[in-house]
Design a protein around this ligand. Structure first.
Ligand SMILES: Cc1cc2nc3c(=O)[nH]c(=O)nc-3n(C[C@H](O)[C@H](O)[C@H](O)COP(=O)(O)O)c2cc1C
Length: 367
């Protein structure tokens, strides 16, 4: 293997944590692609992930995949994480990535109220959410019952067990961006008066029970990554935690429930999260929990998610400094890697002049 460019060393040291080791600090961010007809990832999806592993991505987090609940996703090209054919497809993806020397975890997803009535693949399944409220606060469906909550927790746990059975290296729970788990965190969408609602800490109970159920189903050695965000698809300026103290109260129960790695989703990784410190959301999360963290948001690009417009390339100096000072442990790369499967290998070997701008047309094919 050609040598690693010296300047890039902070991105290419080994990562080691209690349940997961990764050959370097690069992570492919989860990105929904919609190339899995009837929910089954096929040969093109397999090659897409394999190409990233061949080009030295340390850990791949798959696109969001629907857990075994009728209303978990909307769209019939979004991959599923249940049923014989989808799981067989995923098993082949895992095999291909492992053969290429990479590691891979599935992102387990339930969209909750971010689903319209009548959406495929299960047109009759009504959207579910803690209080049946959409993001504008309108009542769309009834609040989830205790049985609904139980069913969803069981579906996440079953997915965790299946992930382990078919060879994945761990799981990522999608607790970010305003989808179901996040709808429980967020007061606007969670107005329950039972034990799943209430203050910020009580609103983490649903997530805590999912994490604990996944741990029980997949065993003590299986890594659990938890993705969360302050921002929502419906509101980029939203904040779950206004202060470090609030963030600590939010994270502690999740940490205690069994999270191994927090994936702190921001749109620009260099932005300080709270006044008075340069630490970003991942930096604060690491400081407050002592757990390893993944940072994300416009790595290598000068335009922010989610405009999907073209974004030019940007210097990696700021990222390297933050890794070097241990502000965070791992860096997830989204659009840059969607566009260019060789992004990590080009960076590793110092070929930064070969990095390309992100084109929105890249969304229409699987490079
Ligand atoms: C096409 C596309 C699909 C995405 N789908 C998901 C998803 O399924 N789950 C998720 O947590 N984030 C998703 N994201 C957000 C990315 O994981 C990432 O956080 C975001 O793109 C910021 O990183 P970047 O600036 O490096 O692109 C998606 C982003 C893009 C561009």
């Amino acid at each position: 293997m050609s040598t690693t460019n010296k300047e890039m060393t902070p991105l290419f040291t080994r990562f080691s944590s209690e349940r997961l080791t990764i050959k370097n600090r690069t992570v492919m961010a989860p990105m929904t692609r919609g190339f899995s007809p009837n929910g089954v990832p096929g040969a093109d999806v397999r090659t897409y992930y394999k190409r990233r592993a061949e080009n030295n991505v340390g850990l791949i987090i798959t696109e969001g995949t629907g857990i075994d609940h009728p209303a978990s996703i909307s769209g019939d090209t979004i991959p599923l994480f249940y049923g014989e054919k989808p799981l067989e497809g995923w098993k082949e993806v895992v095999k291909a990535v492992h053969e290429a020397g990479g590691k891979i975890v599935p992102q387990l997803w339930h969209v909750g109220m971010a689903r319209n009535i009548g959406d495929v693949p299960n047109k009759d399944a009504l959207p579910i959410g803690p209080s049946g409220l959409d993001f504008s606060g309108s009542k769309v469906t009834e609040s989830m019952t205790e049985q609904d909550i139980h069913d969803v927790i069981e579906a996440f746990a079953k997915a965790a067990a299946d992930a382990k059975r078919i060879g994945f290296d761990g799981i990522e729970l999608h607790g970010a961006h305003g989808y179901l788990i996040d709808q429980f965190f967020w007061q606007q969408t969670n107005q329950r008066s039972d034990r799943y609602g209430g203050d910020l800490v009580s609103r983490t109970r649903f997530a805590q029970e999912i994490i604990a159920a996944c741990r029980k189903a997949a065993g003590d050695d299986f890594p659990i990554i938890f993705r969360f965000s302050q921002w929502k698809m419906s509101d980029y300026k939203a904040k779950l935690a206004e202060t470090p103290q609030e963030l600590e109260r939010f994270l502690k129960p999740l940490h205690e429930a069994g999270v191994d790695i927090f994936h702190c989703s921001t749109r620009r990784f260099w932005e300080p999260e709270f006044e008075g410190s340069d630490l970003n959301l991942a930096g604060w999360t690491k400081k407050l929990t002592g757990k390893p963290v993944i940072s994300v948001g416009s790595v290598g690009l000068d335009g922010v998610f989610t405009s999907y417009d073209e974004a030019g390339t940007a210097s990696l100096d700021g990222l390297l400094t933050k890794l070097e000072t241990d502000e965070f442990d791992l860096a997830a790369i989204g659009r840059a890697l969607l566009h260019d499967p060789a992004w990590v290998e080009k960076v590793r070997t110092g070929r930064t002049d070969e990095l390309e701008a992100f084109q929105k047309d890249s969304l229409h094919q699987l490079y």
